[in-house]
Write a protein that binds this ligand. Structure first.
Ligand code: FAD
Length: 408
């Protein structure tokens, strides 16, 4: 009797891309068709796009995460809680912290890491908005600075200075939450609001590069009104234990003293990509149209560790949850085709429905289906988008458990 071995699909990372691939694939194939293994370093998924809220303290960090086992079909998917260290492409196996796992087909969906562009001191002294733990650490650090301020005999005003490096999506969304949280912190810790400084430093000539200029102007004026000082066209040269050194052009660097520095500019691929010998640009692999790594019929790379070119402008699509989820859907269909020994794979065609950047709980800017939105309308759309991503992974039960319903 001949027993055919089922192909083994290993999915690394249970973020937007990896979890989407898993929940779609588990619906498409039968138990007897393939073994599916999902590997993630924690037993929970977190909504990366909500981390700025947990970091500022406007949303509890438990609200941004949920148990992976609640959304996978455990009769079809084996979940392994472990950290991937390296991919051995020749031997078709992944080295994990607690062992190793072999694969027939591999999906790398490990997300990104902060890109510090070699700026001295950032890795050591700046906080990042990267995962649940880094967000909790940042929130607690800011609260500690406020709590300590009044306890010290000699007042150190720099404790109340917060620098945000980067005026891209993450930086601006964090500033929106932070400016809502600061008045609460001042009240909780008996701190004079006028002593608090929030400075955003951006090397590019504009806030939110690539966004509609009218909407950018709206965002800047709303945040300035709430106390943010923007230093645009200004580069962070160094981060120190006491703050940052900044300079415009060839100017001599000057010091800004700050108790908190947050680095929110730039994403690179997961370090495993380069460690495993893939050819990459800033840790991101330029994938083929069917999302496979060039030269590898058995490896798909999706989400922030991949690079997919927008042929209309000959530049990569920015790394977003929207793209990662759409790639996850296609990746599942292509895996099902391979499992069923079909030769033809589908090509990825991003369907960008719009972009909304929040400016706090009740304000935002965005372009949705070509229409410009600001204020509560944009903020409403942001919550619809947040709930939609929950729905796509876990259906109505997940939306009821974790969804955002305070619309106005
Ligand atoms: P992720 O969703 O980051 O998931 C990666 C997963 O891999 C995680 O579960 C992680 O724990 C796991 N992992 C990592 N390393 C290992 C390892 N070695 N071993 C095992 N597991 C590992 N995009 C939008 O489209 N809209 C937005 O409004 C938006 N807002 C954002 C706001 C903030 C504050 C941030 C930080 C990002 C925002 N983004 C937004 C970008 C978006 O979050 C990312 O593009 C998206 O999360 C990428 O999805 P991914 O599947 O590649 O990785």
């Amino acid at each position: 009797m001949i027993t055919l071995r089922k192909p083994k699909v290993v999915i690394l990372g249970a973020g937007y891309g990896g979890l989407m691939t898993t929940v779609r694939l588990q619906k498409m194939i039968g138990v007897n068709e393939a073994d599916i293994v999902l590997v993630n370093k924690n037993d929970y998924h977190y909504e990366t796009t909500w981390l700025h809220e947990a970091s500022a303290g406007t949303l509890h960090h438990d609200r941004v995460r949920y148990d992976i086992r609640d959304v996978i079909d455990r009769s079809k998917v084996e979940f392994v809680e472990d950290t991937a260290l390296e991919i051995n492409r020749e031997e078709k196996k992944v080295i994990l912290e607690k062992g190793e796992i072999s694969y027939d087909y591999l999906v790398v969906a490990l997300g990104g890491e902060p890109e510090t562009f070699g700026i001295k001191g950032l890795k050591e002294y700046a906080f990042g908005i990267v995962n649940v733990n880094s967000s909790r650490q940042l929130r607690e650090h800011i609260e500690y600075q406020f709590a300590t301020y009044n306890m010290e005999e000699e007042k150190k005003d720099e404790r109340l200075a917060i620098v945000v490096g980067g005026a891209g999506f993450t930086g601006i969304e964090f500033l929106g939450e932070l400016t809502n949280r600061i008045p609460e912190l001042c009240h909780e810790y008996d701190v004079d609001f006028h002593k608090v400084k929030i400075i955003c430093v951006e090397a590019a000539p504009t806030v939110l590069p690539g966004f509609d200029p009218e909407l950018v102007q709206y965002a800047v004026s709303q945040l300035e009104r709430k106390g943010v000082e923007f230093l645009i066209g200004t580069a962070i040269k160094e981060c120190t234990p006491n703050g940052i050194l900044v300079a415009k052009g060839d100017e001599e660097p000057r010091e800004i003293k700050a108790g908190t520095v947050v680095w929110a500019a730039g994403v690179r691929g997961n370090s495993i990509i380069e460690k495993s010998g893939f050819e990459a640009m800033r840790g991101r692999v330029k994938v083929e149209k069917n999302l496979r790594a060039p030269g590898h019929d058995d490896i798909f790379i999706i989400g922030d560790s991949s690079l997919f070119i927008n042929e209309e402008i000959n530049r990569p699509y920015p790394p977003t949850a929207q793209i990662a989820m759409q790639q996850g859907e296609l990746c599942a269909r292509n895996l099902a085709a391979l499992i069923r020994e079909k030769k033809e794979l589908e090509e990825f065609k991003p369907d960008i429905k719009g972009t909304v950047c929040s400016l706090g709980e009740d304000d935002a800017i965005g372009v949705v289906y070509g229409k410009k939105l600001t204020g509560t309308k944009a903020s409403f759309m942001k919550k619809v988008i947040d709930n939609r991503s929950l729905f796509m992974i876990g259906g109505v039960p997940l939306v009821m458990k974790k969804g955002k319903f305070k619309f106005f």
